[in-house]
Design a protein around this ligand. Structure first.
Ligand SMILES: CC(C)(COP(=O)(O)OP(=O)(O)OC[C@H]1O[C@@H](n2cnc3c(N)ncnc32)[C@H](O)[C@@H]1OP(=O)(O)O)[C@@H](O)C(=O)NCCC(=O)NCCS
Length: 160
């Protein structure tokens, strides 16, 4: 993965020792959504990903950003589809600790996930809640476009 010597930024696959921090950050994001978004009714789903950190399942992946030697954020994604039918990369969670936001980590984490798409991955997708301005802006600035979804969330799609 990528290293940025100017900010001591390291992007690497998640390890079992990262799991408590990943879980905590995932729950912070959920609480923020509950406070901010009307009708937010999802339940935390990070267990599927922490299980895949412990025992890789071939579909779910998690990468971590370390800034100045400290855990600073993570991205969790899933590879859907097959080599023959074509694949889609779904970005399921992307979170940076509040004190590390605004330094390009979100952009680096997203790029790291997309750069690891296996062959014949044609599309990246995500969904965001309408008041999530930071994440919506990040996706818009990295080439995703909005698509309609049933329900309150907004779909995002990018051709790879
Ligand atoms: C969304 C999030 C990951 C962005 O992380 P970040 O490290 O602060 O983002 P970056 O510094 O890489 O910024 C990326 C781009 O998004 C834009 N952006 C980031 N935060 C923004 C904000 N609050 N308002 C407007 N634009 C914003 C930046 O301008 C930047 O654009 P640029 O690179 O062209 O200048 C972070 O805010 C976060 O963890 N949010 C909570 C978790 C969440 O809701 N995740 C998405 C749902 S899964």
């Amino acid at each position: 993965m990528k290293t940025d010597p100017t900010d001591d930024l390291i992007l690497r696959p998640a390890r079992a020792s990262d799991i408590p921090r990943i879980e905590t950050l995932h729950l912070i994001t959920f609480e923020d959504h509950r406070r901010r978004e009307t009708g937010f009714d999802q339940t935390p789903f990070i267990d599927e990903f922490t299980a895949a950190i412990r025992a890789p399942d071939g579909a779910r992946r998690v990468a971590v950003a370390e800034r100045r030697g400290q855990f600073a954020g993570f991205v969790a994604w899933t590879i859907l589809g097959s080599y023959w039918k074509g694949r889609t990369l779904a970005v399921n969670d992307l979170s940076v600790l509040p004190q590390h936001r605004g330094h390009g980590l979100g952009r680096h984490l997203l790029a790291a996930a997309l750069s690891q798409a296996p062959r014949r991955t044609t599309t990246a997708i995500a969904s965001l809640w309408p008041n999530n301005i930071a994440a919506r802006e990040l996706l818009r600035r990295t080439g995703f476009h909005e698509v309609d979804l049933p329900g309150p969330a907004i779909g995002y799609r990018k051709r790879l």
